[in-house]
Structure formats: structure tokens, C-alpha cells
Design a binder for this molecule. Structure first.
Ligand SMILES: [Cu+2]
Length: 334
């Protein structure tokens, strides 16, 4: 066990806050940090989003912030060990009641007080170290998709009040996810314990406005069916507050279906066609369509550009799911 890891274990729960973590929110350039001497990409325009009053109030009262979930990437605390890049992330399982709408409170189990949890980001080959502490009241775990050793698979429950460390090499590149793997898993995920894990390819993708859209479902009454759905945690939020994007500029969507209880969800954009990079596992698109079907935990990179300004809907084409909250708008501006 290396020194850093021992230190984290010794610190235990109370000290985990000392590790620190860097949230990279990139307002004007593509979402890539330069800590690894990566070339500075050309400037990507992120149109300012002045939040309307309803959206501001909703973020305040709900306890969820879909704006933060959209373009915020956590690159971890970066260091070098034995010539390799190490990224340390600090994730805490928590429980919190959120207000899904004016009359619906829902007790979430979540990561870092957010649904979805932070979007973690590394480059293929980086060493990733996750300090996970559980303060959520039940046993939870973090299971990452991607390649790793069996003892890092995150299926062993970590009891409330305990902590552990998961570490592995980030590979292969693509769009992945993490989630709790404690039974009943559908319930643990359905209550919000999941997030996206992006592994960037060694040769960076072209600059783009990069957005994370995670579809989730909420079983409000515990009957094993979802009554509400959302992109990035909050039902109907992006209908209330359209996502401003720039006309004629590459838009890269990282889309993940985390809806439990429904076998599949489609994703559709109006008035456009997108290029599909299935699971983010390639550098050239394999398909071109305007509606793609994803089973639970499937995820893709979708790329598109809008030629015309205006507001365009995006939603699963199972319209009942869309109408129960999984619906939003892009506002294309010049
Ligand atoms: Cu759990």
C-alpha cells in the first residue's frame, strides 16, 4: 500500500475532507484541463445563461442544481506518482430530501448531496483513486464501469459511517458510469446514487460545447414503477430554463440512461440529426439518427450542430416518460 493511500485510510472519515477535489467548470473553453500539457483548444462559445426567476427559485427550493450538472466536470486532485498521473476524487454517499416539484418531496440516496453525482473525468491511462465514505444511513458502495481488478469492483457493501478506497487505471476511454451496487440495486440507483465517469481518449476529441444529460426516474410511492422522470435530477427543469447553445458550433452530448424499472429509454432531438459514438468507444461516428434507444446504463456521445436559431425540444420518444418530466429545450442563439 503506498503512502498516500495509507494516509487516506488513517484519516478515515473525518479526514477525508483534507484530500480536496477540484471541480473544473469551464465557461469559455472546451472542458479539458491543461494539467497534462494538453494543447489549448480553440475557444468554444458558451452563451451566457441568465437564469429566469422560476429556475432560480426552483434550484433554491429543490436542493438540486441541473445547471451545475450540465457543464461541470470533476477532474479530481491531480498529482504525479512514479511518472504517472494520479487523480484523487472524494465521494461521499449522503441522504437528502429534495423537492421534485411544488408538492412532491423525495428522499434521495446520493453522491456528494447531488443527483446525479459529480461527473468524474480522467484521461485513459491515468491512475484513479476514489476515497469513498458513506454517511447516508444505509450500506452503500460504488461500482465503476470500465476495467479493473475484482477487489475494486465495488459490490461489497460499505456500512454507514465507514470509508474505503477504490483505485484503478482509467480505461478504456469512453463514457462510463458509477453507481451503488448494494441490493436491491434498482432501489439504490432509483433513489439517486449514480453519476457519470468520462474517460477521455489519449488524443483529445475536437473542441466542442460539452453537455452532460443523464436521464433518471423516480419511484415516488415505492411501487416499483416510476412516477416522475428528469434530465439531471429535476423534472421539467430544462423546459423552464432552456439550455443556451451557440448556432453552428459543435455540440457534444454525453447522454446516459439511468432510469430503473423501465427497460429502455430513447433519446430524440427535434429538427436535427446527431452522430452516434456508441459508449464513446470510437473517434468516428458509426451511426446517424435523430432517435436512439438505450437500455438502462447505456450511454453514448452524440454530436450535432444547429444551423438555425430558436428553441428545440429534446426528450425520450416514449412520450409518457417525457411528459412525466424527462424533457428539455435547447435555445440556439446566434
Ligand atoms: Cu446504495
Amino acid at each position: 500500500m503506498d503512502r498516500q493511500r495509507r494516509k487516506i485510510l488513517e484519516l478515515g472519515l473525518g479526514g477525508i475532507g483534507l484530500i480536496g477535489g477540484a471541480i473544473a467548470c469551464s465557461p469559455i473553453i472546451s472542458n479539458r484541463n491543461n494539467e497534462n500539457n494538453q494543447p489549448t483548444p480553440k475557444k468554444i462559445v458558451i452563451p451566457p445563461m441568465s437564469l429566469n426567476e422560476a429556475a432560480q427559485t426552483r434550484i433554491k427550493t429543490s436542493g438540486l442544481d441541473p445547471i451545475a450538472a450540465l457543464r461541470e466536470f470533476d477532474y479530481g486532485k491531480v498529482s504525479q506518482e512514479n511518472g504517472r498521473t494520479v487523480r484523487e476524487f472524494e465521494l461521499t454517499a449522503k441522504s437528502k430530501t429534495v423537492k421534485l416539484n411544488a408538492s412532491t418531496d423525495f428522499i434521495t440516496w446520493n453522491v456528494n448531496d447531488r443527483v446525479p453525482g459529480p461527473t468524474l473525468r480522467a484521461t485513459e491511462g491515468d491512475h484513479v483513486r476514489i476515497a469513498f465514505s458513506n454517511q447516508a444511513g444505509h450500506a452503500h458502495s460504488l461500482h465503476f464501469h470500465g476495467e479493473h481488478a475484482s477487489e475494486m469492483d465495488g459490490v461489497k457493501p460499505i456500512r454507514n459511517g465507514a470509508a474505503t478506497i477504490y483505485e484503478f487505471e482509467a480505461k478504456p476511454y469512453g463514457v462510463h458510469l458509477y453507481h451503488c451496487h448494494v441490493a436491491p440495486v434498482a432501489r439504490h440507483i432509483g433513489k439517486g446514487l449514480y453519476g457519470m465517469f468520462i474517460v477521455d481518449p489519449p488524443t483529445p476529441r475536437p473542441p466542442a460545447d460539452e453537455l452532460v444529460l443523464i436521464m433518471g426516474g423516480y419511484d415516488i410511492d415505492g411501487d416499483g414503477r416510476n412516477e416522475m422522470y428528469a434530465f439531471n435530477g429535476l423534472p421539467h427543469f430544462y423546459m423552464q430554463q432552456p439550455i443556451a447553445v451557440q448556432q453552428n458550433q459543435l455540440l457534444r452530448l454525453y447522454v446516459l440512461n439511468m432510469i430503473e424499472f423501465d427497460p429502455a429509454a430513447t433519446f430524440h432531438v427535434h429538427a436535427n440529426i446527431f452522430q452516434v459514438y456508441r459508449t464513446g468507444r470510437g473517434m468516428t461516428p458509426t451511426e446517424e439518427t435523430d432517435v436512439i434507444t438505450m437500455g438502462t446504463a447505456e450511454r453514448h456521445i452524440l454530436e450535432l450542430q444547429y444551423r438555425f436559431t430558436g428553441k428545440y425540444m429534446f426528450h425520450p420518444h416514449q412520450d409518457a416518460i417525457a411528459e412525466a418530466g424527462c424533457m428539455g429545450l435547447f435555445n440556439v442563439v446566434a
